[in-house]
Write a protein that binds this ligand. Sequence first.
Ligand code: FES
Length: 116
Amino acid sequence: MNEHWHDVLDAHTVLEQGLTSAVVQGHELALYAVGDVIYASENRCTHGDARLSDGFLLDDEIECPLHQGRFSVRTGEPMCAPLRTPVRVFPVRIEAGRVWVALDGSGNGRTCNEER
Ligand code: FES
């Protein structure tokens, strides 16, 4: 499948902040830096009305600010109650220092040293 890539933001913004959000084509994303790997997911918790970018990034898990459920930012899988449904994650690509995300793809993060 040919993915359609969208230029989202500067990679250093994500690396410095660790956790941030961005809107792409009316789609709100949460972006995470785990070491030098950047991951992207939907910014809406699957359990309730909460923005994951308002939560806490704990290693490679994002803790929802509302009921403290945690998702793996690598896979989107729920890691504990009350979560049952995965959050959608998106493929990430780093090009010329920018983060690109494929909203129509599946997969996960990319390091800044792994440009392609
Ligand atoms: S809204 Fe996220 S855990 Fe309940």
